[in-house]
Design a binder for this molecule. Structure first.
Ligand code: TYD
Ligand code: MG
Length: 457
């Protein structure tokens, strides 16, 4: 009956796909060389696997009898984080904070702990990576901590579970899930089965006691350590902390959220004393913008409910020899090729003989069609070596016939332009109707790319 004790299975360390044999490419996430062999205990490895029926019967509850309390949501003290979470943390939820090592996950969560402790909450910060002294050093950098914030250096989740039961904190931070292990599993900490089972236990604790648990997960590229995607489906909210390590600002993005939208982003800046919120990202992204330079235009991207102005840069130069080179930083490479083809076919520019380099200043990544018109204008501006009016904001989607199509939330974009002191706005003619009352800024409606390009001559 009992399986052999040394039974092993293969897991994809990127997404957790399970297979009886090794494979070169994961059929689920299509990554190469991600399979690792792990032992599986007979009783564990799979949630609920091998457990005996207890004979208990569960009782369903009608929806009308479920009550929502006011205090179910708690502000983290960071407006930027609250918005990404969907108006603060939810009692009994599991939040995964993923990101590259050194991006600032521990710093962010320690600062959240500091804010919440000051607001009278009871917290427990569990680190499996740093000693108490190291945490204290970090804490000293971010400022004084008052209130009930407890620290624990431990990696054994069964011991942690006991500590949580004992101290009954309202919020727990697990830093990081890849260092945690459960005694009853024979695989090493950081392996797919350990990470999964550990998260499973944390989920039971969170739901059982109504504790909010933040879990740190490192994004790892090599080694056998499982990535945060393995536990994405088990948690309530998945946040990714992104940014260039050489740059000071960081963007917090939700990729899954059971309690809010996934469109919102939070912007932070890493300073000497920890992370600071960037309340006005447009200002930050436009700082240092060259004035009267060809190939530089300002576009507007909607990040959830928030319009963000950013600088689009293009450099178009004659191809030295052979094939034209194209690169795209922060925007989709294929989109640039399509826009260049539209310029070639609909406007008669011989773009095939020119290299084109496109960049979004400040390291932002944008995937919105409303950026098209700004990209076209930046490319043509560089091609013709004519600067676009620096006081002009540009947005609009471009279709394959060269038509400029309406975009959503035009009024918000225009308002942001007004707020940031822009004097004119190049936008789809189809959006003008709804903006009739707007007299704070000059609106230039265009219905195709050729009309838009006339602004440059
Ligand atoms: P950390 O939170 O340890 O990253 P993670 O937990 O995601 O691995 O962040 C480490 C980086 O942040 C490190 O390079 C130093 C920098 N940092 C500051 O610039 N200022 C600070 O106040 C702190 C605490 C860290
Ligand atoms: Mg850390």
């Amino acid at each position: 009956m009992a399986k052999a004790k040394n039974h092993t299975v293969f897991f994809c360390k990127e997404c957790g796909y399970e297979s009886a044999k090794w494979m070169g490419q994961c059929p689920a996430c299509r990554q190469w060389n991600t399979f690792v062999e792990e032992p599986v205990a007979v009783d564990a490895g799979r949630p609920g696997g091998g457990r005996k029926a207890s004979g208990k019967s569960a009782v369903p509850v009608p929806v009308s009898e479920i009550s929502l309390e006011e205090q179910d949501r708690t502000s983290t003290g960071f407006g930027e984080l609250d918005r990404v979470l969907g108006d603060g943390t939810v009692k009994g939820s599991l939040v995964l904070v993923g990101g590259d090592p050194g991006i600032g996950k521990s710093t962010l969560l320690l600062q959240v702990c500091r804010n919440l402790a000051a607001a009278g909450k009871k917290l427990l910060y569990i680190s499996g990576e740093e000693s108490l002294k190291q945490i204290k050093m970090r804490a000293n950098r971010i400022g004084d901590i008052s209130g009930e914030l407890l620290f624990l250096c431990e990696t054994n989740l069964d011991a942690i579970s006991g500590a949580i039961e004992h101290t009954r904190p309202e919020i727990v931070v697990i830093d990081s899930i890849q260092t945690m292990y459960r005694e009853d599993l024979s695989s090493a900490p950081g392996s797919v089965s350990q990470v999964r089972e550990s998260t499973n236990l944390l989920m039971q604790i969170a739901k059982g006691y109504g504790i909010t648990i933040f879990i740190v997960g490192h994004v790892t590229k090599e080694g056998v350590v499982a990535g945060p995607r393995v536990l994405e489906h088990m948690v309530d909210t998945v946040l990714y902390f992104e940014g260039d390590r050489n740059d000071t600002y960081r963007i917090l993005r939700a990729v899954k959220n059971r309690f809010g939208s996934t469109n919102e982003i939070g912007v932070f800046e890493m300073e000497e004393s920890g992370l600071a919120e960037v309340k006005n990202p447009s200002e930050m992204l436009l700082s240092g913008r060259p004035v009267e330079a060809s190939g530089s235009v300002v576009a507007c991207s909607m990040e959830g409910t928030r319009p963000i102005l950013l600088e689009v840069q293009a450099l178009v130069t004659e191809t030295g020899f052979g094939m034209a080179r194209r690169t795209a930083n922060g925007v989709d490479y294929n989109r640039i090729n399509i826009l260049l083809a539209i310029l070639e076919k609909r406007c008669g520019y011989a773009m095939g003989r020119y290299d084109a380099y496109v960049n979004i200043a400040g390291g932002m990544r944008v995937n919105e069609p409303a950026l098209d018109l700004a990209l076209v204008m930046a490319l043509v501006s560089s091609f013709k070596n004519r600067a676009v009016d620096p006081g002009m904001l540009i947005f609009g989607e471009v279709g394959l016939s060269g038509e400029v199509r309406a975009v959503s939330q035009a009024a918000q974009r225009v308002s942001e332009a007004v707020k940031m002191g822009f004097t004119s706005c190049l936008l789809p003619a189809a959006n003008l109707e709804k903006l009739k009352g707007e007299n704070r800024i000059r609106l230039i409606g265009v219905s195709n790319v050729r009309e838009a390009i006339r602004q440059l001559s």
